[in-house]
Design a protein around this ligand. Structure first.
Ligand SMILES: Nc1ncnc2c1ncn2[C@@H]1O[C@H](COP(=O)(O)OP(=O)(O)OP(=O)(O)O)[C@@H](O)[C@H]1O
Length: 189
């Protein structure tokens, strides 16, 4: 099948299960932003770093496809005609969130305590982490927005919330490992 089916040329597209919606629907905004986040994480993974981080980032990218699939499935299409769940093997589970928490904890153990805010930047890899963190927070906001009108699996929102914390700590850890120069935020008195 060709990439361009042309079915989306008039500004609508299909969700999982076939329901057509306008391309600026809250559901498309939310999983489109998860897709954007996933590409930013790819950019982080393409930088020079310890292979452990790369392995974790690959795992996160895989999970984000799942988050996207969850967000792309409207409630009326969650259950197939034969009674089985459409996303039966794709779920985000608590251990996916625990993995992020464990990574955060072990990176923090190797870092001095945070005593001040640091301006984003200092090294290209660190900046990529901060951009990904901000895109992650936007994806979270859009998923929360969607959840005001339609049911959204709580665990998908929880995953995005923990992921932005992970990206923040990853930025700090890589800044530390790379001996990047940090510029403190000095609020005016
Ligand atoms: N502008 C967009 N932003 C975010 N997601 C989109 C956008 N357009 C399509 N999608 C989603 O991306 C996936 C692939 O879509 P696809 O490229 O087939 O888009 P389409 O515009 O509906 O079709 P086509 O490009 O063949 O006309 C689908 O899940 C679709 O809902």
């Amino acid at each position: 099948m060709k990439v361009y089916t042309k079915t989306g040329d008039k500004g609508t597209t299909a969700l999982f299960g076939g329901t057509r919606v306008p391309k600026d629907h809250a559901r498309i905004e939310s999983y489109g932003t998860v897709d954007e986040l996933n590409s930013h994480i790819g950019l982080i993974r393409d930088q020079e770093m310890n292979s452990h981080y790369k392995e974790i980032l690959i795992e996160i990218q895989d999970r984000l496809f799942t988050v996207g699939a969850i967000l792309a499935t409207p409630p009326e299409k969650e259950v197939l005609k034969n009674g089985e769940l459409r996303l039966k093997k794709l779920g985000i589970i608590e251990s996916d969130i625990e993995l992020l928490e464990n990574e955060i904890d072990s990176m923090e153990e190797a870092l001095p305590p945070m005593t001040h805010f640091v301006l984003p930047g200092g090294h290209t890899t660190v900046s990529y982490c901060h951009i990904a963190r901000c895109v992650c927070r936007r994806a979270e906001r859009l998923a929360v927005h969607l959840s005001h009108n339609e049911p959204v699996a709580e665990i998908a929102i929880k995953y995005l919330n923990r992921l932005s914390d992970y990206l923040f700590v990853l930025a700090r850890k890589l800044s530390h490992d790379l001996k990047a120069t940090e510029v403190q935020w000095i609020p005016r008195k």
